[in-house]
Design a protein around this ligand. Sequence first.
Ligand SMILES: [Zn+2]
Length: 327
Amino acid sequence: MIDTLPRGDYRRRGGKIDASGPPCRPGWIDRGEVVAVAVSAQQTKPAKPMQIEKVKDGLYVIRGPFNPCAPNGCGGGYRDDGLLHEARDVAVRVTSEGLILVDDKYQNNVADVLEKVKSVSAMPIKYLLNTHHHTDHAGGDATFINMTEIIAHRNVRENFLRNKQPGAPRVTFNDQASVFLGGVEVRAYYFGRGHTNGDAVIYFPDLKVIHSGDLITEGMPVMDYNNGASAIEWVTVLDKILALDFDVVIPGHGALLTKERIRSDRQKLVTMNQRMAEFARKGVPLEQVFDALKLADLGWDHTVSTVAFKGGLKGYYEEMKAAGVRQ
Ligand SMILES: [Zn+2]
């Protein structure tokens, strides 16, 4: 999800300062325009607490909490869309010498995350890998930076600093990095721009599992052009992911997925890109583009991230227009 955490957007929530901000703050919501969300007739689903589940031996995923409207609840332009949303999936890799985490959710989720981690292992958290900087995934870095070593792509650190987001990772990499702990390797790959300009794919080679970050979620792709996204490069990024040997995907948000899901999402993204390229070529007005995309046949017209996708539509259109000019 996009969570750009605009400067100074520290809101008071339940009597506490909440630095996490809304889960998505596209510019068109900031401008106070009407948010047109397709709300179906289904009833509001009740919120559910955070949960931890086993992925494979030595690897767990922490999901939730589950909220209506958006990962951090309703407000900030997000209304009840009849779907349950959750903050980023946190992976916990248990080794004989300590734990390696992937992402940490919002800062106000940290206490619950730590409790869930302790429910499967009393070992210390030695390393934390960020898939990208969005605060529904890396907001907890502000706390974890005092407890462990955080590793991320170089652009993630730059996005932290530019967005004045607390807890910037101290260790960065450009293309690839590995953490070796207790006889286990956890590898981070950077395959190019996609959801942002700093998306890492985390690979657990001994378990044949990847953590895809927001490159793959239970919803549709969301491009954060304020932080270097690219819908065009995203396709080649997915090709590089598919070249890895794995059978289980821990997505950015949602339940575990298969490799096949990445294949089908790639095809859908190609189809959507072709439609956008055609609209840009024909000069279809931006305000008509979302409807013209006709996302229903892709199953993307009403997903947990469709509203956030609309926030990036202008950048998406401009990327396609610029690509058309270059050809
Ligand atoms: Zn994100």
